[in-house]
Write a protein of this length. Structure first.
Length: 394
């Protein structure tokens, strides 16, 4: 459950379809509530065979709340991955996902033990994000995190990142300069074809409620509280309904706000399996994506933007920087400054009043991702990189 998991699984399937032998080493699933449910159980290791073979090792399963417990979760899997590495499948290249930063550190001896090239995929800059959001302030902890980050970049044969902002910050650092390859975010457009098809058929009666979907993490980076404030600022006569599908560190306080008599036009579904997301988009008229107003997020491109565009849903983006430029180039939606609830409310109401215009924005977004942001396009870029760094390859 979660966007990184869906992205990694989708990429692995695409690579195997092109003749690459892919194995995944991960822990037992417990996101976001910290519970490992049957048929899984926490044990030293297990192996499953499927379309993509998965090797799992033990973890301290913490919920997606509480900084110290989450660090313990990350550290426990990093240690168990190292302990079970000899039993894990052989590899020519080891690709590690970071964050979590502990895993990037563990990947150094992991790759060396397999005599494999190390590729670090930097989905988000840590500890930079944690520092800017105030989650980490202890100087000693920051020094340790910086040292681990530098070591991982130094050991990497290549560093992959999804955005121009992350790439530019990595290129100026001595340990990562010259190693950075940007592979933009991607989406399985076929999974959202049904949602896009329903969009083509029309939006139903003009007097029906205008349904807006937020599908993603409800965490420190997103600032979903801005969406609740926007909902509270709307005139009830506008008939805009908002659904929030996802969980995270800030979800409990948002639920409490709703229970205290917050916006009556907002519904929180909690965490949902990723396979349900296309159905949620099929039921929606528009999508909203948010990021906090922080300098680091000037170089962010949330994957949920691409999912909404693949579903042909017009986007209201509450963010600035690279994400805002992306939506404007695609002609896929409306951009408002981050953490401005009144402007967000006005944008959502504006879309609800111009449903033909919303339909056109959604179609433009679908066309844009089909041209260059599909899983197939990403897999081709990854294959080129893997061939370049794999030992013995020309």
């Amino acid at each position: 459950m979660g966007a990184p998991q869906a992205r990694i699984a989708g990429l692995a399937g695409e690579l195997r379809g092109r003749g690459v032998a892919v194995n995944i080493h991960t822990c037992f699933p417990h996101y976001p509530d910290g519970r490992i449910r049957p048929p899984f159980r926490n044990r030293p290791w297990s192996r499953s065979q499927g379309e993509v073979p998965v090797f799992r090792s033990a973890v301290y399963p913490a919920s997606n709340r509480g900084f110290v417990r989450r660090l313990a979760d990350h550290a426990s899997f990093a240690l168990s991955a190292l302990a079970t590495a000899p039993a894990a499948p052989a590899a020519d290249v080891v690709v590690v996902e970071t964050p979590p930063l502990f895993l990037a550190g563990a990947a150094i001896p992991y790759a060396r033990g397999k005599r494999a090239a190390l590729v670090v995929h930097v989905a988000d800059l840590w500890p930079d994000s944690a520092i800017e959001l105030g989650a980490v302030s202890n100087p000693a902890a920051i020094r340790v995190a910086r040292a681990m980050e530098r070591a991982a970049y130094s050991a990497a044969a290549a560093i992959v990142c999804p955005t121009e902002g992350i790439a530019s910050r990595l290129e100026v650092r001595s340990e990562s300069a010259g190693k950075v390859t940007r592979i933009p975010p991607s989406v399985d457009a076929d999974r959202f074809a049904a949602a896009a098809g329903e969009r083509e058929e029309g939006q139903g009666p003009s007097n029906a409620p205008f349904r807006v979907l937020y599908a993603g993490t409800v965490g420190m980076s997103q600032g979903v509280e801005t969406l609740l404030q926007a909902a509270e600022a709307m005139d009830a006569r506008e008939r805009v309904e908002i659904v929030i599908a996802g969980d995270g560190a800030e979800a409990p306080q948002l639920r409490a706000r709703l229970e205290r008599g917050g916006a009556s036009n907002v519904r929180m579904l909690g965490a949902v399996p990723h396979e349900r997301v296309p159905d949620l988009y099929a039921e929606a008229d528009a999508a909203v994506v948010l990021l906090r107003d922080r300098p680091l997020f000037q170089g962010a491109l949330p994957t949920k933007m691409l999912e909404a565009m693949a579903a042909a849903k017009p986007l209201v983006l509450s963010a600035s920087g690279e994400a805002a430029g992306f939506i404007k180039r695609a002609g896929a939606g409306v951009v408002v400054p981050p953490e401005r609830p009144q402007e967000l409310a006005a944008a959502l109401v504006g879309l609800s009043r111009d449903r033909d215009g919303a339909l056109a924005l959604g179609r433009a977004g679908r066309r844009f991702v089909e041209k260059g942001y599909t899983r197939r396009a990403a897999a081709e870029r990854w294959i080129e990189l893997l061939r370049r760094v794999a030992p013995g390859e020309p």
